[in-house]
Design a protein around this ligand. Structure first.
Ligand SMILES: *[C@@H]1O[C@H](CO)[C@@H](O)[C@H](O)[C@H]1NC(C)=O
Ligand SMILES: *[C@@H]1O[C@H](CO)[C@@H](O)[C@H](O)[C@H]1NC(C)=O
Ligand SMILES: *[C@@H]1O[C@H](CO)[C@@H](O)[C@H](O)[C@H]1NC(C)=O
Ligand SMILES: *[C@@H]1O[C@H](CO)[C@@H](O)[C@H](O)[C@H]1NC(C)=O
Ligand SMILES: *[C@@H]1O[C@H](CO)[C@@H](O)[C@H](O)[C@H]1NC(C)=O
Length: 482
């Protein structure tokens, strides 16, 4: 057991290091949404608190400039601005950017994931150009009430289960207008989207979740939806995303034109790939299984006489495995294909179970000497029963007038011999042939005598070897798959 526990520790360390290596620490430049809001520093009283950066008041302000409210009034009141008219006349390009703030959950049971993202949409609306107004500021920061009076592409997630703009304490919509008519809208949205769960490699699996963003009202002659090319990644994380049991390892984004009955629509696809962090499963399923299997091998050393101890070890090990298996399965959907953990658990159970006929089913040496006759002795002679019957039948058929049989009995016997098929004789002859056929090569090869002790000693080598081979095959297959 010293060796076994040592092995467990080595395997554990190995997997811990592998997991650390598999989860790449993605370092990217993070974009700060609002870097100048405040800076945190330690003040004289040695307490940490935000100290507001001094407001820049000596900004250059043009003389006789038009202030924000005046600009909005001039733009939207009485200038013929129509929020139902698609800007630009011949179609507008909407550039989209997603900033992933947080992914809160991924559920295997409901096949979905939930996240908070900032959706950025940028388009040019020439009728909102206010360069000629001599504006006081080079951009106007506005809220959702102004947005309601502007044209918007009415885009949405077409495959989401739930999507809502955060509403507390007010609608989380940011709107910025530039003098050249560029509109930048930013929503903070909670979205629940679908995942295609393929658990066949569970718990060494990767799952991908996808979202499709498109304009709901306008086809691609009116609105061209595009991922923004102004930034290196149109979809990126504001920080590294690590869920309790998943890491976000990859984000893909692409654009597709999709045919609908009403025309062609531009779809923006984003696919996120999550890799499961399987340390929990390793600790909860694999390590206990290793221990259970190692303990079940202890019965080889108990000797063939210790039937109660061996049986108890075997049954307890099986029960423990079933319990662990049930615990893990409880949080998974009932899929109809084989998962990696199923393979593991079933093979491990087979290892524990197949140990029993090999070891425990051999009768103990003390109870019945005849039963532990070496295997080759069983094949040497045909069983006596067949021949005895054969002789008896022959005797009754030939000697009709023997003294020890009554006339009636003799008549019946001759009757049987004449009209009935001698099943016992036929069987015994076939058995003899069969046995001699099987026994001959075995005896030529001088096969070893399989006593329970020998079986135990062989099992001591064979079972760990088979289990090691299974481990190598299992881990190499499932770890290359991830
Ligand atoms: C600003 O307005 C005042 C009064 O209307 C006018 O006298 C002045 O010339 C204007 N300044 C500029 C730079 O237009
Ligand atoms: C903005 O300008 C208008 C007219 O030019 C003026 O009536 C209003 O008081 C100004 N508002 C602010 C906040 O300066
Ligand atoms: C512009 O229109 C809005 C709403 O339509 C109104 O509340 C506001 O008073 C108007 N402003 C002017 C200067 O007419
Ligand atoms: C908006 O204008 C202010 C100055 O008026 C400038 O400091 C700021 O960087 C501008 N923001 C953007 C996003 O262009
Ligand atoms: C409009 O102005 C913004 C900010 O100055 C700039 O980023 C953008 O490229 C301009 N758009 C066009 C079409 O000139």
């Amino acid at each position: 057991m010293g060796v076994a526990s040592c092995l467990v520790v080595v395997v554990f360390l190995l997997v811990a290091s592998v997991d650390g290596g598999l989860g790449p620490i993605v370092t990217r430049q993070t974009r700060q949404v609002d870097p100048d809001a405040f800076t945190s520093e330690i003040d004289q009283e040695l307490s940490v608190g935000p100290t507001y950066a001094p407001l820049v008041l000596d900004m250059y302000v043009p003389e006789n400039c038009t202030n924000d409210t005046a600009v909005i009034d001039k733009l939207l009141n009485g200038t013929g601005y129509n929020k139902h008219r698609v800007p630009g006349g011949s179609g507008v390009q909407v550039n989209v950017e997603f900033w992933i703030q947080e992914i809160t959950s991924i559920s295997e049971i409901t096949n979905d994931f939930e996240m908070d993202i900032y959706i950025n949409e940028i388009w040019l609306d020439p009728s909102l150009n206010f360069e000629t107004f001599n504006p006081c500021k080079q951009n106007l920061s506005l809220n959702y009430q102004v947005l309601d009076r502007l044209w918007t592409p009415n885009s949405c997630f077409v495959n989401s289960k739930i999507a809502e703009i955060h509403d507390s304490p007010f609608r989380n919509v940011f709107l910025m207008l530039y003098p050249n008519g560029t509109v930048w809208v930013n929503y903070r949205v909670k979205v629940k989207g679908p995942c295609m769960m393929d658990l066949s490699k569970f718990p060494m699996d990767k799952q991908s979740c996808a979202l499709v963003y498109e304009s709901f009202n306008y086809n691609n002659y009116e609105v061209q939806m595009r991922w923004s090319t102004a930034v290196p990644e149109a979809v990126y994380r504001l920080k590294e995303i690590r869920l309790p049991d998943f890491d976000l390892v990859d984000i893909e984004s692409w654009h597709e034109a999709q045919m609908y009955p009403a025309g062609m629509w531009d779809e923006l696809h984003v696919k996120m790939t999550f890799e499961r962090r399987y340390v929990w499963y390793f600790l909860q399923a694999y390590v206990p299984t290793y221990l259970t299997i190692f303990i079940s091998w202890v019965s080889f050393t108990l000797g063939p006489r210790a039937i109660p101890a061996r049986t108890m070890l075997g049954v307890n090990a099986l029960l423990a495995m079933i319990f662990q298996f049930g615990n893990i399965m409880r949080n998974l959907p009932r899929v109809s294909y084989v998962k990696a953990i199923d393979v593991w658990m079933l093979v491990s159970m087979t290892f524990i179970f197949s140990r029993r006929p090999g070891a425990d089913a051999v009768p103990s040496a003390g109870s019945d000497k005849a039963a532990i006759k070496p295997v080759h002795q069983l094949f040497e002679a045909p069983p006596a029963g067949g021949i005895q019957v054969d002789i008896a039948v022959r005797k009754t058929t030939t000697g009709t007038g023997t003294a020890d049989s009554s006339p009636g009995e003799a008549r019946r016997s001759s009757h049987e011999a004449k009209y009935m098929f001698d099943v016992q004789r036929y069987e015994s002859q076939a058995q003899i042939e069969q046995r001699s056929k099987w026994a001959a090569p075995c005896c030529r090869m001088r096969c070893p005598v399989w006593t329970p002790d020998r079986i135990d000693r062989a099992s001591c080598v064979v079972f760990p070897t088979l289990f090691s081979i299974f481990n190598v095959v299992y881990w190499s297959y499932y770890s290359q798959a991830t």
